[in-house]
Every structure is written in C-alpha cells, then in structure tokens.
Write a protein that binds this ligand. Structure first.
Ligand code: ADP
Length: 248
C-alpha cells in the first residue's frame, strides 16, 4: 500500500532491462523492450494496455513460464529462473481437473510438490474457507458457477503460500455482477494474505479499485510504459467515498 505501506517480509519484484521478442514470419517481433520496474512487497500493481501490447507476456515472464531474451527478474533481490513456489499465477479460466472435487483440485498442486496428503488437505481446506467455499469442498467442477470455479482457482494458487500472486484477467470470463463481487473478494484476500499482487486487466475501473499503481503499457512497441499512482482511502471498500487517480 502506498502511504501507509504495510511491512511485509518478502515479495519485492525488481525487473531490470527486460526484453522479449517472438519470432514472426522469420523476423523478431519485439514485445517487451528494456523494461525496468520495481514492485514493493505487498503492493498491488495493475497492468493495463491495448490488446497485444505484451501484458500477458510480461506476466508469463514473471511466472517463469516464458524465458526472457535479456534482462533480469529479481525477487527479494535474488534472480529467479523458471517457476517457483514464491509465485503463483491465476489465469482467466481456472482449468480445474473435472474428475477431482474442489478439495481434490486445491490439494493436487500441493501433493505434486511433495506435501503429505493430510497436510496438503488441511492447507487446502484453509484456503477453500478463505474463498468462501467451505460447503462446496466435495463438489465437482461441473457443479460450480463461473465465479465459484474461479474462487477454486484462487484457493489453489494461494495454497502454495506464494509471496507474489500473478493474475491474468482473472475475472475476464465472469458476468458483470459476479465480477464486482469477486473484485471485493480479491481486495479482501490481498489485504488478509499480505501478498504482492500483479494483475493484468483490461478493465480500468477494476485496476483503480484493486491497485496501488497502474502500469499503462503503450500500443507502440518501444515506447516506455507510464505509471499511474492511485490514491484512495483505506481500507479499500466500495462503500467508502470515491477514489482519485493521480498521474505521475
Ligand atoms: P496482451 O496480453 O497485452 O494482449 P500478449 O502479451 O498476449 O499481449 O502478446 C503480445 C504480442 O506478442 C502479440 O503481438 C502476440 O501476438 C505476441 N505473442 C504472444 N505470445 C506469443 C507466442 N508464444 N508466439 C508468438 N507471438 C506471441
């Protein structure tokens, strides 16, 4: 949080000179060019910009799902390569395993990481409760609404106890009303879990509601992104007076 920044041990992200191109018809299409960015531990940063400007690419590089061509990503000062449990990513579609229950889906990733079953289930139950689905732990994905399925996706990501939560249009597939409820949920989870949150969205209102700062990526490749700082009352609550965006 800006101003009254909460003191959180980990989750600082430093991006230095990050570059990423894709091959297109035999030529290199530059998507990220020499990007520098610092994100504080516990900060919520939204990334907005026109389609194709590289938002998802940046998030995927941060998640370790995409290898940069140049530059560095540091977490708490340490360079990271590939995926790691200090980061978890939430996609637009949660892609739950249909043959597993809610509990099974959240437990799965922990068991894959070698957490013993009983311990994994206890952790999973805690996260399922956090997203308000305690009564649905035995339900199968086909029995869930879109919003509930995405809640499971959030519980699954939080179960690995990441310091950094990367969200790629997490509410993009939901209807308008569910979206607003889920924005409130994300704000609450972010406050309670004290994670660094990096959110890609095409919804400016969502960005202003959920973020401390908004990174606006330009359409023109090679133009540096702009940073907008959001100044608003805390705790973040829709019922409080409106918020103000300040351009830096
Ligand atoms: P955004 O999330 O802002 O819509 P993306 O990061 O998805 O943008 O894509 C940025 C650009 O990189 C686009 O022109 C897209 O076509 C291209 N791109 C993304 N991923 C790949 C890939 N795996 N191979 C080739 N080109 C890609």
């Amino acid at each position: 949080m800006m101003g009254a920044h909460q003191v959180i041990a980990g989750g600082a992200v430093t991006i230095r000179g990050l570059s990423k191109s894709f091959a297109l018809n035999g030529a290199a299409l530059p998507v990220l060019r020499d990007l520098d960015l610092s994100i504080h531990p516990g900060e919520s940063l939204a990334i907005v910009g026109p389609s194709g400007c590289g938002k998802t690419t940046l998030l995927r590089v941060l998640a370790g799902l995409e290898q940069p061509d140049g530059g560095q990503v540091l977490i708490d000062g340490r360079p990271v390569h590939g995926v790691g449990t200090e980061r978890a990513i939430i996609f637009q579609e949660p892609r739950l395993l249909p043959w597993l229950t809610v509990l099974g889906n959240v437990t799965f990733g922990l068991e894959v990481r070698g957490v013993p079953k009983a311990e994994a289930e206890a952790q999973a139950r805690q996260n399922i409760r956090l997203v308000g689905l305690a009564e649905f732990e035995g339900a199968f994905p086909a029995q869930l609404s879109g919003g509930m399925a995405q809640r499971v996706g959030i519980a699954r990501a939080l179960a690995v106890q990441p310091e950094i939560l990367l969200l790629d249009e997490p509410l993009g597939a939901l209807d308008a009303m569910t979206r607003i409820t889920m924005q409130d949920e994300l704000a609450r989870i972010w406050r309670e879990q004290q994670v660094t949150m990096i959110l890609v969205t095409h919804d400016l209102e969502e960005a202003i509601f959920l973020a401390d700062r908004v990174l606006v990526m330009p359409r023109e490749k090679g133009t540096p992104p702009r940073m907008i700082e959001i100044v608003l009352s805390r705790p973040r609550d829709r019922s409080e007076a409106g918020f103000v965006a300040m351009r830096r």
